[in-house]
Design a binder for this molecule. Structure first.
Ligand SMILES: Cc1cc2nc3c(=O)[nH]c(=O)nc-3n(C[C@H](O)[C@H](O)[C@H](O)COP(=O)(O)OP(=O)(O)OC[C@H]3O[C@@H](n4cnc5c(N)ncnc54)[C@H](O)[C@@H]3O)c2cc1C
Ligand code: SF4
Ligand code: SF4
Length: 587
């Protein structure tokens, strides 16, 4: 098993134990919905006559961002189904909507100038009645609603600035392991691992049940997989896209309120899967984004570059003209869906949201599916608290209920989507998509197989016809003018990303620098291209050789792409000291 700890989790330090009944890891919409629902359920349970009361409970939530919302990043158009179940009067409670969707366009861009608008919207891209949101604002609002609650008998601790670094385990009588909480990262550690004057050891947060909602490619979820093999029951591997977006402020009246645009095609070459989105937000802001599949065959796939090219298309240029870019960000997105979902529950723990691949890639939507997971998980946790039973069997009730809910049905119907389009919108893919729309997702041959691993390890030789291609060998086809086409580092500046540079680097090269040196020679070091924040750089000597990759970890926007896409599986992303990272406010 790989070592998932970091230099900042010093083994020789005494740590304080803090006890929780329930611990949520990650303040995304999935876990916040879960925590909120759990408070409602405990309150309702305790009001019932004749039941065993739940009292003296402590529920905690940790989040690696300095504040809840700092690291929240999405498109986003929200399907409000789960939110309505959680809080039917969400609008009266000041939900921060950016507007209801009123006007929709779907385009196939055939070139940098050409394309056509679909005369009829594909059913899965119908968004009328959905809400355009900033996920960052939305989770801040959810956290504020939770903080304002007072449920007798329950203490709630929201703990931003704390990153979970290791899973805490205990042995069970039958020799298997159960989760008993998480350890948080140490703070105040020098780059060499020695303590600074302000050293604060991380704590052991012990819990009867821990809910992992870390988003895509969670660091602790990786450890869960390594110990428990949760993916074994899935028919496909986990699959990811990478998304970047810029928030623009555009002249008043230029884009109508409630406007939503999706497109496919240019600037992606044939054979690749991905697409764009443009969402009108309040205050004349516009979210302009591009997502691309990380198992595309192009080892140099660069979502940031695609976004810059995309803005050149006349339809998009007309929307942003005269505007100003305000904020930038990037994040991976779990797109495997139903056939890539790991086992959702195990002794002492549960997985929710993107950490469990709960995204409908056809609709580019995961927020409502993750929130529904939070709601269903909370219902099972209530039963577990009443029964004082946190076993695998008890917690698997969550998995059964989730799969039987509307969210399970939605994921089931889109189960073949990624496998169908993994090589782009080919005629065969078009036909299969058409069939699957009328057959609740069925296509001839049954559940399709994805080719994630084969595509991910594609070499430049296979794709570009040249071994050891370098970025400089490619015509990027764009001139960066700093206004519409923005250089990566200027965009990163607009993400507000900061880390204390005097700490151990959180991007671990696990197989050694020599692997990077060979990768540069033979594969052109793809991390220097696909990273949306230009964290990785190669500085070759006069003979063109390198001995290691230079890592400017302080620019990292925590998107997890390198952890997923490095063709040598040479990178493990670990949480830095809590608090570092992007500072999203509109994303
Ligand atoms: C470009 C893009 C566009 C998208 N568009 C849409 C859309 O229009 N509509 C839609 O419904 N969905 C959309 N999605 C998907 C949606 O954003 C996700 O499905 C959703 O955010 C998942 O929620 P989550 O709670 O599971 O995880 P996340 O929202 O990823 O939240 C996880 C949280 O956990 C924290 N965390 C992670 N690890 C740790 C740790 N070890 N310790 C402490 N904290 C930790 C993170 O900082 C983060 O705050 C989009 C995604 C992307 C990337
Ligand atoms: S980190 Fe991965 S992609 Fe980057 S140079 Fe090393 S092996 Fe290659
Ligand atoms: S270093 Fe990795 S996680 Fe950080 S921004 Fe780059 S690709 Fe994303």
């Amino acid at each position: 098993m790989r070592d998932f700890s970091t230099q900042s989790a010093r083994p020789d330090v005494e740590r304080e134990d803090l006890d929780f009944d329930v611990l949520f890891v990650g303040a995304g919409p999935s876990n916040l919905a879960g925590l909120w629902r759990l408070l409602d359920s405990i309150e309702a349970h305790n009001k019932k006559p004749g039941v065993k009361k739940l009292e003296g409970l402590t529920i905690g939530l940790i989040e690696k961002g300095d504040e809840i919302g700092d690291h929240a990043f999405s498109g986003a158009v929200l399907d409000p189904q789960a939110l309505t179940e959680l809080c039917p009067d969400f609008m009266e409670r000041g939900f921060p909507t950016e507007g209801e969707v009123k006007e929709e366009e779907v385009w196939l861009f055939t070139s940098d100038r050409g394309g056509f608008k679909f005369p009829v919207l594909p059913p899965f891209l119908h968004n009328h009645g959905n809400h355009i949101v900033s996920l960052s604002k939305m989770v801040r609002w959810m956290a504020a609603q939770i903080e304002a609650r007072e449920v007798p008998g329950v203490d709630v601790m929201l703990l931003p600035g704390f990153a979970g670094i290791n899973v805490l385990w205990a042995d069970q009588p039958d020799g298997t392991k159960k989760v008993v909480g998480v350890q948080t990262a140490d703070k105040g550690v020098n780059p060499d691992g020695s303590p600074k004057n302000n050293f604060e050891p991380g704590n052991n947060l012990r819990a009867k049940v821990t809910v992992f909602g870390e988003g895509p490619r969670g660091h602790l979820s990786r450890e869960l997989e390594a110990v428990l093999g949760l993916q074994a029951s899935a028919s496909n591997p986990q699959a990811y896209e990478m998304g970047v977006k810029e928030i623009w402020e555009v002249p008043e009246g230029q884009v109508p309120d409630g406007f939503v645009l999706h497109s496919t095609g240019f600037p992606q070459p044939d054979g690749e899967s991905g697409g764009s989105f443009v969402y009108k937000m309040g205050g004349n802001k516009l979210a302009v984004g591009f997502v691309v599949s990380l198992d595309t065959k192009d080892p140099f796939v660069d979502a940031h570059l695609l976004l810059q090219k995309f803005k050149k298309h006349p339809r998009i240029a007309s929307l942003i003209q005269g505007g100003k870019m305000l904020q930038y960000g990037g994040k991976a997105l779990a797109i495997g869906g139903w056939s890539s979902m790991p086992k959702l529950a195990f002794a002492g723990g549960m997985l929710v949201g993107d950490s469990a691949q709960m995204v409908n890639a056809a609709r580019l939507k995961g927020i409502h599916l993750g929130m529904k997971a939070g709601l269903v998980a909370a219902d099972t946790i209530l039963e577990a608290l009443v029964a004082d039973d946190f076993s695998d069997q008890r917690l698997m009730g969550y998995s059964r209920a989730y799969m039987a809910s509307w969210a399970g049905t939605e994921l089931y119907k889109s189960r073949n989507f990624h496998a169908i389009v993994e090589e782009g919108l080919t005629p065969k893919a078009g036909l299969e998509l058409g069939i699957s729309m009328f057959t609740s997702g069925w296509v001839p041959g049954g559940t399709k197989t994805m080719h994630v691993d084969a595509h991910m390890t594609q070499t430049t030789e296979a794709y570009y016809g040249k071994k050891g291609m370098k970025l400089s060998d490619i015509d990027l086809g764009i001139k960066f003018d700093g206004k519409r086409a923005i250089q990566k580092l200027d965009d990163v500046y607009a993400s507000g990303t900061m880390h204390d540079e005097h700490q151990p680097g959180h991007l671990k090269i696990v197989k050694g620098d020599h692997v990077c040196a060979t990768c540069w020679d033979e594969k052109g070091a793809p991390c220097t291209i696909f990273c949306p924040a230009q964290v990785y750089e190669m500085h070759p000597d006069a003979s063109g050789k390198v001995d290691k990759v230079a890592i400017a970890f302080s620019n990292c926007v925590h998107c997890k792409t390198c952890d997923i896409k490095c063709p040598e599986e040479n990178v493990i992303w670990t949480p830095p000291e809590g608090g570092g990272g992007p500072k999203y406010t509109f994303c």
